[in-house]
Write a protein that binds this ligand. Structure first.
Ligand code: NAP
Length: 489
């Protein structure tokens, strides 16, 4: 399929489209990556027409870009849009959409992208209605973009996939995990596979353990109706954290071809040691935040958040340990954690190297030498930090820790919205940064025993103070007395 000429956005008035998709698409316009014939169709149920919608887009961009908005590019971008009013449950609305897409435009291609930026409960309805209305049989080819979460467990993910596959081939389905659109996440691949000095160190002989942290300062905000049914294990670990783990642990792919890359990620997921009921309490831990004070503001306990049940067992914090049973990683624990209302917002991958086999400098003033760490700060800080020792200037042979820091981005280089890369890939048909179904399936299989167990018991649900780094009990996951959480990049 060459590029699409119609790009239909469902959920056009939702949070995701307003805050992420519109700015990302505008960016593609700005840098000249949108082909002339490409038009966007915004599908939403508000009683608006195209003119009203275009004003909305203009306002959303003005709010995001302020004085930096390129007025000419914004005008070109806005002119690409049409608005179709409709409810997902209304077959007539899909007929309107069909008429819009079928409107003959001589010399223009017939390929279509459908982007489901909608609540997951509606994915199946919309896919069925597209087919019922004949939208999948209009001339040309189709791609469908599905937002996360892809299912709520293994069974529902398989059901959703079966429904999608009734209407589309796997090659047409683009499952989004927007973490893969982040430049600093893609940088993990470049750092690992473009530097020959890294590969010899990247294994159980030199690495003691790996930590992956996705910490948020905020609570659940207004998302209780979604979050209280989901929890951090489903919302963060099944997708973002396990994706980061695969990028750290995968073998070099044969090429950057979408399937070559994803084959290697799936192999990692397949090699994760299965969590059993017996091992569960030793490897996984959940907690909820208590009431408290953060930056001078009083904040509610998780269970007192509006929309959360008084007896909710949903975890706002997870710490979990995985072992990858393959030649490279056998014996190297991967400690993952994610939580809300923690001390700071940051995402990082921290690699802790083994201690030197013999401590030559143990009699110097630097007796308690830290190990070497390699830290990838992914957001908001974007850097790679290598901690190494060198001799301290002066008369004595004292080692001093050097932090070799590289900011990922030079001062003049603006951060790119993660969706810009992903949307470009959808338009160009590159699936490398999208999740293949076997990845989704394996990721659900990895966490399924924990999900099942936690849904059946309220035991061992710990609590933590807001503004802290989580429950003190999370320390128990570490296998060695010298291991501990690294809280700062
Ligand atoms: N927001 C994010 O940052 C983010 C990040 C990652 C993934 N996602 C995923 O992206 C998807 C969308 O999230 P969101 O935050 O944008 O949700 P949202 O703000 O609730 O937007 C959903 C949109 O769907 C519309 N809608 C709901 N029922 C409808 C119906 N029957 N007919 C027509 N329109 C209907 C709503 O219309 P009204 O405006 O008329 O109510 C709303 O505009 C979800 O799958 C979410 O998990 C979101």
């Amino acid at each position: 399929m060459s590029g699409p000429c119609h790009f239909v956005v469902f959920g056009a008035l939702g949070h995701l489209v307003t805050t992420k998709l519109l700015p990302a698409l505008y960016h593609l316009e700005l840098v000249g990556r949108l082909d002339e014939p490409l038009s966007f169709v915004a599908f939403a149920r508000r009683d608006w027409d195209t003119e009203r919608w275009r004003v909305h887009v203009n306002n959303a961009l003005a709010e995001q870009y302020g004085a930096h908005l390129d007025v000419a590019a914004a005008r070109r971008f806005i002119q690409r849009f049409e608005y179709v009013k409709g409810d997902y449950t209304d077959p007539a609305a899909f007929q309107h959409l069909l008429a819009r897409i079928n409107t003959p435009q001589p010399g223009i291609c017939e390929n279509v992208v459908f982007y489901l930026a909608i609540p997951p409960d509606h994915f199946v309805d919309v896919v069925r209605r597209l087919d019922d209305a004949g939208l999948n049989s209009v001339v040309g080819q189709h791609r469908i973009v599905v937002e996360k979460p892809f299912g709520t467990d293994l069974v529902s993910a398989r059901e959703l996939n079966a429904e999608l596959r009734r209407h589309y081939e796997e090659e047409q389905v683009y499952r989004i995990d927007h973490y893969l659109g982040k430049e600093t996440v893609q940088n993990l691949l470049v750092f690992r596979f473009a530097n020959s000095v890294i590969e010899p160190l990247w294994n159980r002989h030199y690495i003691d353990h790996v930590q992956i942290t996705v910490a948020e300062e905020s609570g659940i905000g207004g998302r209780a109706s979604y979050f209280d049914r989901s929890g951090t294990l489903r919302d963060m670990v099944q997708n973002h954290l396990l994706q980061l783990l695969t990028l750290v642990a995968m073998e070099a792919p044969a090429s950057l071809d979408a399937d070559a890359l994803r084959d290697e990620k799936v192999k990692v997921l397949r090699s994760i040691r299965q969590i059993t009921v017996d091992s569960l309490n030793d490897v996984a831990l959940r907690a909820q935040y208590e009431a408290g004070e953060v930056n001078g503001a009083v904040v509610s306990a998780y269970r007192d958040e509006p929309g959360v049940a008084d007896n909710s067992n949903t975890e706002s914090y997870v710490a979990i340990k995985f072992h990858i049973d393959n030649w490279r990683w056998r014996g190297v624990p991967f400690y993952l954690r994610s939580g809300k209302r923690l001390a700071a917002r940051h995402t990082m991958v921290a690699i802790r190297f083994r201690d030197p086999p013999h401590q030559l400098f143990c009699d110097t003033p630097c007796e308690n030498m830290e190990p070497n760490w390699l830290v990838f700060a992914i957001q908001p800080e974007e850097s790679i930090r290598f901690e190494l020792y060198a001799r301290e200037p002066g008369l004595s042979m004292t080692p001093r820790l050097l932090r070799i820091d590289t900011n990922y981005r030079a001062e003049h280089e603006q951060p790119l919205n993660a969706y810009a890369t992903l949307l470009m890939d959808v338009i160009e048909g590159d699936r490398s940064l999208f999740i293949r179904f076997d990845e989704v399936e394996m990721a659900w299989q990895v966490i399924e025993p924990v999900l099942r167990h936690w849904s059946q018991t309220s035991e061992r649900l710990y609590s933590y103070a807001p503004g802290s780094w989580g429950p003190k009990e999370a320390r128990a996951l570490f296998e060695k007395p010298y291991q501990s959480w690294r809280n700062q990049p």
